[in-house]
Ligand binder design. Structure first.
Ligand code: 13P
Length: 251
């Protein structure tokens, strides 16, 4: 039985002060949740403050990006070593916004995922098709490309620790959620790919989150699907009330 994991990807939202206010509320309202992993991924600038608030609670910390080298002349970048020291347990890799606006490719996603694993942190590797790709019936082809190339060289033992986030690009920030059936179809396809790449046991351990317009009123039906193991939540994770309801509704 895979444990559900709900992560809030705050994207470029919340100053450090605003982030502390939100996470203090989450800490209070989610303190009795025991059977779901809860993660918040604030911007880099809020990590040091947020970690102080969540210490010793059931909320874990994640970052939204990393570079694959540990240190060096890479102006503007942040490494896994730095993020680990701050208390991050998870790092999002290859979000579609990074692929779209910042030139991330399967190759850079792969380097980042391996770097995260080498520091014994958990990468949340994002994959998913764009609208035109779905309309051209290329969804499975894109998912295969993202999985096979994004996970290249990652061993079976390492793979057991990763999290995949299936985020159809057309559902992100649009209010247009994938139906539970569409999501399940993609997740089951992804699990099949993982089985081919590794083995059945490994494919059944890896958690696959769904992301794209997840809200309090659609979380339960999405989580009822057998291959949906959690959610990566954008907009609805920025408000206390809706993120709390999503975590509660995911059980
Ligand atoms: P929304 O929940 O705002 O659609 O964003 C999803 C997402 O991109 C999470 O990483």
């Amino acid at each position: 039985m895979r444990r559900k994991i709900i992560a809030g990807n705050w994207k470029m939202n919340k100053t450090a002060k605003e982030a502390v206010d939100l996470v203090a509320g989450l800490k209070n309202q989610l303190k009795n949740i025991q059977d779901v992993d809860i993660v918040v991924c604030p911007p880099f600038t809020a990590l040091t403050e947020v970690v102080k608030v969540i210490q010793g609670t059931n909320i874990q910390l994640g970052a939204q990006n990393t570079y694959w080298e540990d240190a060096g002349a890479f102006t503007g970048e942040v490494s896994c070593v730095m993020l680990k020291e701050l208390g991050c347990a998870y790092i999002i890799v290859g979000h579609s916004e990074r692929r779209q606006y910042f030139g991330e490719t399967n190759e850079t996603v792969n380097k980042k995922a391996k770097a995260v694993l080498s520091h014994k942190l958990t990468p949340i590797i994002c994959i998913g098709e764009r609208l035109e790709e779905r309309e051209q019936n290329k969804t499975f082809e894109v998912l295969k490309d993202h999985i096979e190339n994004g996970l290249k060289g990652i061993t079976g033992e390492e793979a057991k620790k990763i999290i995949i986030a299936y985020e159809p690009v057309w559902a992100i920030g649009t209010g247009k959620t994938a139906t539970p059936q569409q999501a399940q179809e993609a997740h089951s396809f992804i699990r099949g790919l993982l089985k081919e790449l590794y083995d059945k046991e490994t494919s059944e351990v890896i958690r696959i989150q769904y992301g794209g317009s997840v809200k309090p009123d659609n979380i339960s039906e999405l989580m009822a699907q057998p291959d949906l193991d959690g959610a990566l939540v954008g907009g609805a994770s920025l408000k206390l009330d809706s993120f709390v309801k999503i975590v509660e509704g995911s059980k």
